[in-house]
Each structure stands twice: as structure tokens, then as C-alpha cells.
Write a protein that binds this ligand. Structure first.
Ligand code: KG4
Ligand code: ZN
Length: 346
């Protein structure tokens, strides 16, 4: 499919607890990226409550789309293509965005593009780094996923490995919860760890040296719980900052080792970091150092584009549209969509 020189994409993201709409020019220039976060609403439950999330998305989705169009200074008539996250995520939450996008596409007779949320996270980097081009190796670390991906071209990926149990962000959130830090815990652990000693407690580094591209974080989470229970039983003082720093070091060590292995497998001198945990300062620092030593280029998105947002979905949608990868109006949400599912070439 031929796209005109200037291509405006409107995208909608409702996979979890952020209702977001964005307008992008040519897949890389953000004209608007409105994010309505439900975090304060879910905080008192210590995590996302799916039913509340869906209901809030229904309330928010149209005002957020209106705000994005207004902020971009365009109307629906100016839009060339409508992108939407159709998975993975919470089914009720995804359905709200999918229904809104299908309705807009039908009513305005615009093409619809179905976006895989995980691919969207990777594409956040094309917005933050206008010079970035595939191929490269990508580490996607979010609340729901931890994956290593070979991005061969804009529409060609292969999955190198992923977590066999908890995602990295999930481990951050669970450990934060036992340390009585608010939800989502990742940013709080990040902050607290700066005051602690990362070598204080020797937590396990699962699968670190094995010749596998997969991750496992549930053992680490259990090790932190066991440490805290045993210290409490013995009446020992728990230094929360040391626990946070030692836990974070264990996660970061494994992610760095595997990311470097992924670069070697892909024969890539470019590493791209993506997903909510890409906002972690220790992870960025460790990857930057390792990449510098090896002469690799290292890319990560600006903080607002690390966590869930529709700008990254619009970028992904643009590159799918350019290749004619449009969806039908019977599109459905796919809550357990895999990274590889949506791709045509390997
Ligand atoms: O990508 P995202 O917004 O949602 C999913 O697609 O899952 O990621 C959210 C996750 C949460 O687990 C949150 O705790 C984590 O990203 N996170 C962080 C940081 N900021 C967000 N984890 C560690 N350090 C951070 N600074
Ligand atoms: Zn996400």
C-alpha cells in the first residue's frame, strides 16, 4: 500500500490501566500523546483490578481521543490510519479500545491497523531516536512480559527468549508489595535501591549462565520473601534499602547477561531497551556500560514512552500500514497474543 508523503496516525491504547490516544506524523513525530492513568484508582487494591480498569476505559476513551485530536490541531477527517492495541492485555480493557477504534474506522471510512502491544513498546524507540533503523536486538521488559527479540526489519521479528514465569516488572511489583511500597512498585524500588547496598544480600540469578535465552524471576521473588520471613523470625533488623538494591542487582545482572547474548546471536551491535522496566535507572546504567565496553550502540525511550502510551502504538501502526498490513472490522481482542503471532516473516 502506498502512503502519502505526510501520514497521520491516530492510535488508541487500553491494554491495562492507562487510557491513551496519540496522533503521530509519519510514525516518528508525536503531535499528541494523551495518557489518562488509572494508577491512583488501583493503588488501594495493590494492583490492577480488571473490572475497574474496563469501566474506567469506557469513561475515558472518547474524551482522551478528543483531547489528542485537539492537542494535535487536527480532526478525524485529517487522519489517514487508525491503530489500536488488540493484545496482549486484559480482555475487558482491550475490548474498549478495539471497539472504539473499529467504530471510528467504520464511521470515518479509514483503514484500521491491529497492533501488538509488545511490538509497540519496541517502536517507542523510533520516536525517541529518529536515526534508529532495524536490524537490532531488543530487550522488552514490562509488567507483563520479559522478552528478547531480533528486530530484523520494521515488520519482521523473531523471538529469541522470554520469561518462563514472572515478568521482570511483575517481580519488581511483588517485591515492592512485601516491602510495603505503593503500586506500581518498580519506580519505588528503583528509588529505594539508590540508598542501599546491592551486594548486601546474595539473591539467586536464575538461568544466568545457562545457554538459554529464557528468563525466570519467580525463584528470585521467593528468595526475597524467604529472606524477609527468616529475618523477621530471627528478630533481625531488615534494611529495606539493601533488600531493594540486592533484588534489583539480581534482576539487572540477568537482564544484562542475556541482552549481550542476544546481541551476539543476532550479530547486532545495536541494543534497544523497551517496556516499563526500561525506566529503571540501574538497568539503563548497567546496559550502557556493557554496551560501551563492547562498542555497541544502546537505545532506550524517554521515560514517558517506556510505560504504556498510545504514541508507541501509533508508531507501530504506521509501519504496518506502510506495508499494507491492515485489519478487518471484525477485529477482536487477543488477551494472550504472543509477539510472534502478529508477524508475517521470520
Ligand atoms: O510497560 P508497562 O507500562 O506495562 C505493561 O505493559 O506491563 O510496565 C509497567 C511495569 C510495572 O511493573 C512497573 O513497576 C515497571 O514497569 N516500572 C519499573 C520502573 N518504572 C516502571 N520497574 C523498575 N524500575 C522503574 N523505574
Ligand atoms: Zn506495556
Amino acid at each position: 500500500m502506498q502512503t502519502k508523503k505526510l501520514c497521520l496516525t491516530l492510535a488508541i491504547e487500553t491494554s491495562c490501566d492507562e487510557t491513551s490516544a496519540a496522533v503521530l506524523l509519519n510514525g516518528r513525530q508525536v503531535l499528541a500523546n494523551v495518557i489518562s492513568s488509572q494508577i491512583p484508582l488501583h493503588q488501594k487494591y495493590g494492583g490492577v483490578v480488571p473490572e475497574i480498569a474496563s469501566r474506567k476505559h469506557i469513561e475515558n476513551v472518547l474524551p482522551v481521543i478528543d483531547e489528542a485530536l485537539q492537542e494535535a490541531g487536527v480532526t478525524l477527517a485529517d487522519i489517514d490510519v487508525i491503530g489500536v492495541t488488540y493484545g496482549p492485555g486484559l480482555v475487558g480493557a482491550l475490548l474498549v479500545g478495539v471497539a472504539a477504534a473499529k467504530t471510528l474506522a467504520y464511521a470515518s471510512d479509514k483503514p484500521l491497523v491491529a497492533v501488538n502491544h509488545l511490538e509497540g513498546h519496541i517502536f517507542a524507540n523510533f520516536i525517541s531516536h529518529p536515526e534508529l533503523e532495524p536490524p537490532f536486538a531488543a530487550l522488552v521488559v514490562s509488567g507483563g512480559h520479559t522478552s528478547l527479540v531480533h528486530v530484523k526489519d520494521y515488520n519482521s521479528f523473531s523471538l529469541l527468549g522470554q520469561t518462563v514465569d514472572d515478568a521482570a516488572g511483575e517481580a519488581f511489583d511483588k517485591v515492592a508489595r512485601v516491602l510495603k511500597l505503593p503500586y506500581p512498585g518498580g519506580p519505588h524500588i528503583d528509588r529505594l535501591a539508590k540508598e542501599g547496598n546491592g551486594q548486601a544480600i546474595a539473591f539467586p540469578r536464575a538461568l544466568a549462565q545457562k545457554n538459554s535465552m529464557n528468563f525466570s524471576f519467580s525463584g528470585l521473588k521467593s528468595a526475597v520473601l524467604n529472606y524477609l520471613n527468616s529475618a523477621m523470625q530471627k528478630g533481625e533488623t531488615i534494611v529495606a534499602a539493601d533488600v531493594a538494591a540486592s533484588f534489583q542487582s539480581a534482576v539487572v545482572d540477568v537482564l544484562v547477561i542475556k541482552a549481550m547474548q542476544a546481541c551476539e546471536i543476532c550479530q547486532s551491535k545495536k541494543l534497544v531497551l523497551a517496556g516499563g522496566v526500561a525506566a529503571n535507572s540501574a538497568l539503563k546504567k548497567a546496559l550502557a556500560e556493557e554496551c560501551r565496553e563492547r562498542g555497541y550502540e544502546f537505545f532506550y525511550p524517554e521515560p514517558v514512552l517506556c510505560t504504556d502510551n498510545a504514541a508507541m502504538i501509533a508508531s507501530r501502526a504506521h509501519y504496518q500500514y506502510r506495508e499494507g498490513l491492515v485489519a478487518e472490522l471484525d477485529l477482536n481482542a487477543v488477551p494472550s497474543l504472543k509477539l510472534i503471532d502478529a508477524n508475517l516473516a521470520d
